[in-house]
Design a binder for this molecule. Structure first.
Ligand code: ATP
Ligand code: MG
Length: 443
């Protein structure tokens, strides 16, 4: 860990370390915490996006973000958040709360957490006056607060605003800490961080490299995917594995850190290779591609075409297929046939069939797929019919029941599924299943 390494590297003069000298952080992962300050980010209307930017920058140095906190403009809570962050992270970055107004309290709170004073910096005061003078405005008295530096801090010039940032290297409860205060507006924070903080961090943090990989699976329940994958990824404790799931899709995100790029890549690639083997059938991408892109890629490669007849998905499948640029080469078109009459009119579904089996049935799904395939003269036809809810379900045909059929001129395939969730989710599931069915046919 960073403190032990520090101790070793500075021995025996560790106690003589002076703030302001460059930090030497030797091995291990250095970690960071980001504290986003601002009451607006505790409302439903504003998001903290600065931490995403900062995380990306820190990760590029091999620094792991271990926690993020959002705190309102409240001095006591801010000081508490500062103490918490300082107790557990090597680098603590505050964003926001450096303005001139009464509710900008980051300086005060961090000073309080460190048990030090604020002092007005004469050079900063002069700069502020000059800045206002150049704009021919008299500086409001409260702007002088922005010239207050935490004892031991170095000011970070902010060319895009009046609030300078602050850089502090200090011991906190015996552990070495780098504390950075940044202005909240992203257009001020980003250049300031890149130009002034990154070079300093780069020279302090030991060189580590990060490699990442991802795998995307279609139509595997998350818990099942995890169960099957856990047996494998548990053997690789050096690779951080994150599982993200949405309707009909599971993504594995792998991330490894090492002292060389090759080692980091070797670690993620070994694990991703094994996961790919385990999920050979369900894995549709090891990159950024979406399922509709992959399906499009195969359709084109095989010189084939597809058309769709959609009932409960209301055109969502056509929408997804046409998200891909160049899809006109393989997607011929389709229909949204919501009423029974339209199913008959556009896809030749016999009214007697609908009468006998109901519009939501295996038979009608197949008839839709075959009907649209014939009308559009495509290699494949897809038919979807189901109950998307939340109304319209019955005991026999509950909400979530969907039939998806795939016709190719031979024996049609049809799948019956009972999807969980709300209307949006059920519809998405249905299109995901349809795309996966087509992909399985094509691979
Ligand atoms: P100053 O601008 O004087 O430095 P400040 O740092 O507190 O003050 P605010 O005035 O609170 O900044 O915010 C200025 C703008 O920056 C607002 O639009 C605010 O929503 C945005 N902002 C602040 N923090 C963040 C954040 N973490 N992520 C995204 N935007 C933010
Ligand atoms: Mg603020």
């Amino acid at each position: 860990m960073f403190p032990q390494k520090m101790r070793r590297s500075f021995e025996p003069g560790y106690e003589n370390w002076e703030p302001g000298t460059c930090l030497l952080i030797y091995t291990c992962t250095v970690n960071a915490e980001i504290v986003a300050v601002g009451s607006e980010m505790l409302t439903p209307f504003r998001q903290d996006t600065n931490s995403l930017f900062l995380t990306n920058q820190l990760n590029s140095l091999g620094v792991e973000v271990i926690a993020k906190t959002i705190v309102g403009d409240d001095r006591a809570r801010l000081a508490e958040a500062a103490r918490m962050a300082l107790s557990r992270a090597d680098i603590v970055i505050f964003s926001g709360g450096l303005g001139p107004t009464e509710d900008d309290l980051t300086r005060e709170a961090v000073a309080e957490a460190l048990g030090v004073e604020l002092r007005r910096d004469p050079a900063l005061i002069t700069e502020l006056y000059t800045r206002f003078a150049s704009r021919r405005i008299k500086m409001p008295e409260n702007n002088a607060r922005q010239a207050e530096l935490i004892e031991g801090a170095e000011a970070l010039r902010n060319p895009n605003g009046t609030a300078p940032g602050q850089w502090i290297e200090t011991l906190y409860n015996g552990a070495m800490r780098v504390i950075i205060l940044l202005p909240g507006p992203p257009w001020e924070l980003e250049p300031l961080f890149v130009e002034q903080c990154m070079p300093r961090l780069r020279s302090s943090v030991p060189e580590t490299y990060i490699a990442t990989a991802q795998l995307k699976l279609a139509m595997v329940p998350e818990s099942l995917a995890d169960q099957r994958a856990a047996v494998i990824y548990k053997q690789f404790p050096q690779v951080q594995t994150t599982i993200l799931a949405s309707a009909g899709e599971v993504q594995f995100h792998l991330r490894a850190q090492a002292s060389t790029q090759e080692e980091a890549e070797y670690r993620v690639e070994t694990l991703s290779g094994l996961l790919e083997e385990e999920f050979a059938k369900e894995c549709f991408s090891t990159g950024d591609e979406t399922l509709e892109q992959i399906v499009g890629y195969y359709l084109q490669m095989r010189n084939t075409t597809v058309s769709v007849a959609e009932s409960c998905t209301g055109g969502l499948l056509a929408e997804r297929l046409t998200r891909v640029s160049g899809s006109s080469r393989y997607f011929m078109g389709g229909v949204v046939v919501y009423s029974n009459e339209m199913k008959t009119l556009f896809c030749d579904v016999p009214p007697l069939m609908i009468g006998a089996h109901g519009a939501v049935s295996k038979e009608v799904a197949i008839a839709l797929a075959e009907g649209i395939r014939g009308e559009c003269r495509t290699t494949y036809g897809i038919g979807i019919t189901g109950v998307a809810g939340p109304t319209g379900g019955t005991e026999e045909k509950p909400v979530g029941l969907v039939y998806i059929a795939l016709a190719d001129g031979g024996k049609p395939e049809v799948i019956e599924r009972r999807f969980p969730g709300d209307r949006l989710r059920i519809r998405h599931f249905a299109t995901q299943q349809a795309l996966e069915m087509l992909r399985q046919k094509l691979v």
